[in-house]
Design a protein around this ligand. Structure first.
Ligand SMILES: [Zn+2]
Ligand SMILES: [Zn+2]
Length: 374
């Protein structure tokens, strides 16, 4: 493979011209003419960006506008990017990074990626042939009821493999950086041309990494990985339940030799609440009421999770076991209040008199429809 063809991995000429790789040559020609007209320096005097685009478009058309070159280009690209190199691996595993931790590792990855990553292209950069993905980490997190309902941000301290604190994951002594492998020019592979095809084999000098470490980090033996405590900031979403397992992408152990990091799995345990339970997104509460309140109706006070007390109307003639929904009072959902009529275990003389009077006045048995007398 020639230097010129190596460029082909990095440049998607179809994308540059805004056509698919299945586009017929007529369409490519049409698209090129349109773009060339729009971007032509004569039409955009002094516009450096347009001029750059014009050059890009011309270079793309030079290859895929020519049937012979196009089929060779397709063939080369089908073989895939080779030798992602040192930086490619770091970038390959990077996920959205919201916290402040382990950012350093990706920063270094990006830095080195810019220097050494010849084989990769764009966001699809491949891991180096030797890169090892980091292990997944596991953590237990016990939450109190409120935090589980409302969500929280917390810091987990994990013991295990972490980015080396001395070299920051580069594997090289502080003050030095891995340097580009001269033997393979940083690509991690050597190409051998055999007629129409070219084959690549991993570079012996750098083990396929594309970079060499002349001053290995003593702390991590140039692996970039060290066993130690590390703090991981995690955001627990509102509404997690006991037994749930949260997966935090890229927060596991760091990879080695350019491999991406593993994931972190957080096992959730939620402590029960003395008053409230949960039903889906809603909270539940069992509310004791007296027979008199159920029979006559009453305005009662209901506690909520945030400490506020809200009023609830129990209509007259409410059956024990009836559930009332208080909208928006149960964390991110509603509060489901189920009333339970409480029967006093003991009665005062006054209460006994009142209940006996009630019994005297009750002429219809609630079991009358069973066809029984008592
Ligand atoms: Zn180190
Ligand atoms: Zn090499």
């Amino acid at each position: 493979m020639t230097e010129y063809e190596k460029d082909w991995f990095e440049k998607d000429y179809y994308a540059i011209l805004g056509v698919t790789d299945k586009a017929p040559s007529k369409e490519i020609k049409k698209k090129y003419r349109k773009l060339a007209r729009e971007l032509h320096p004569d039409a955009n005097p002094g516009d450096a960006k347009a001029e750059e685009r014009f050059k890009e478009v011309s270079a793309a058309y030079d290859v895929i506008g020519d049937e012979k070159k196009r089929s060779r280009y397709d063939e080369v690209r089908k073989m895939g990017p080779i030798g992602g190199g040192f930086g490619g691996g770091f970038g390959g595993g990077a996920q959205a990074n919201t916290g402040n931790f382990n950012v350093g590792m990706h920063d270094i990855g990006d830095l080195l990626g810019g220097l050494f990553n010849r084989g990769g292209r764009g966001p699809n950069r491949q891991r180096s042939a030797t890169g090892q993905r980091g292990a997944d980490s596991e953590a237990q997190l016990t939450l109190n009821f409120n935090d589980a309902v409302n969500g929280l941000e917390t810091v987990l301290t994990l013991t295990g493999e972490a980015v080396c604190s001395v070299c920051g994951g580069t594997g090289a002594e502080p003050g030095s950086l891995p340097s580009k492998c001269e033997s393979c020019d940083g690509s991690g592979v050597h190409d051998e041309n055999q007629g129409l095809f070219s084959f690549s084999r991993p570079c012996q000098s750098c083990g396929g990494r594309g970079s060499v470490i002349t001053a290995p980090c003593a702390t991590c033996a140039s692996s970039g990985v060290q066993v130690r405590d590390r703090d991981v900031k995690v955001r627990i979403p509102a509404g997690v339940k006991s037994g749930q397992k949260l997966r935090l992408k890229g927060r596991g152990a760091p990879g080695r030799f350019g491999g991406g990091p593993g994931d972190l799995f957080v096992h959730i345990k939620v402590e029960p609440h003395s008053l409230f339970g949960r039903s889906g997104r809603d909270l539940t509460l069992e509310m004791p009421i007296t027979f008199a309140e159920a029979a006559l109706g009453a305005d009662i006070e209901v506690p909520t999770l945030n400490g506020e007390v809200v009023k609830m109307r129990v209509p007259q003639g409410t059956e024990s076991g009836k559930t009332f929904r208080l909208k928006g009072r149960g964390g991110s959902g509603d509060l489901l209040v189920t009333v339970a009529v409480v029967v006093p275990a003991e009665l005062s003389a006054e209460q006994r008199e009142a209940v006996e009077a009630f019994a005297q006045a009750s002429t219809v048995s609630p079991r009358a429809h069973f066809g029984v007398q008592y």
